[in-house]
Ligand binder design. Structure first.
Ligand SMILES: Cc1cc2nc3c(=O)[nH]c(=O)nc-3n(C[C@H](O)[C@H](O)[C@H](O)COP(=O)(O)O)c2cc1C
Length: 179
């Protein structure tokens, strides 16, 4: 019997930045991390999310990460759940994440309803507007929040990175086969 799709060992969570995956890997749930990461503090949170999502206890989940300015509707359609990360900018989500949503909203509206997601926001002192904006657009898409939002201002510290680690682990664990 010829193999119709690539086998991915269940115990090996793959983290892919590039090259792009081509098509859904049948039977392997995929978590797409879409992030805008313009500073070391944002990078620390992003790395914590990736670390949580790929912790060895989570088996059989493929993790793809994409910068918000390069993520496509195809990436979204091919994934089963989403993690979003952004700084707060001018009382809103970053322009990069807004651009991502602008691009994918209608192409993904019908097919991604009900899928789980989580998000983190980093800011200087007030992330309220960014949180409101992300809640609004994900409500419009009909995505289901699978973990509490993580918001961090200033230096992330251990509590901030731990919260992001747990965010990544929680959303990824929800995609595990049989979860
Ligand atoms: C143009 C601009 C607008 C910003 N607007 C906000 C804002 O509305 N609320 C906020 O909490 N932080 C705001 N910030 C701070 C960023 O969120 C912060 O710089 C980013 O999360 C990276 O964190 P860091 O500078 O501590 O590394 C803004 C930063 C810039 C450059």
């Amino acid at each position: 019997m010829p193999r119709l799709y690539p086998a991915v060992p269940a115990a090996t969570p793959a983290v892919c930045g590039a090259p792009r995956a081509h098509g859904r890997v049948r039977g392997v749930p995929t978590l797409l991390i879409v992030h805008h990461t313009p500073s070391p503090h944002c990078q620390a949170l992003f790395e914590a999310v990736v670390s949580g999502a790929t912790t060895p206890e989570i088996e059989g989940v493929r993790v793809i990460r994409r910068a918000a300015l390069s993520a496509t509707a195809a990436d979204v359609l091919e994934a089963d759940g989403y993690l979003l990360g952004t700084p707060a900018n001018l009382g809103y989500m970053s322009g990069a994440l807004k651009h991502f949503f602008d691009q994918i909203y209608y192409p993904c509206l019908d097919e991604t309803r009900g899928r789980p997601f989580g998000y983190y926001v980093h800011g200087g002192n007030d992330v309220t507007g960014a949180v409101r904006a992300i809640e609004a657009v994900t409500t419009g898409l009909g995505w289901r929040r699978a973990a509490d939002a993580v918001t961090v201002t200033g230096e992330p510290g251990k509590a901030g990175t731990q919260a992001c680690w747990e965010l990544g682990a929680t959303v990824a664990a929800g995609l595990m086969p049989g979860a």
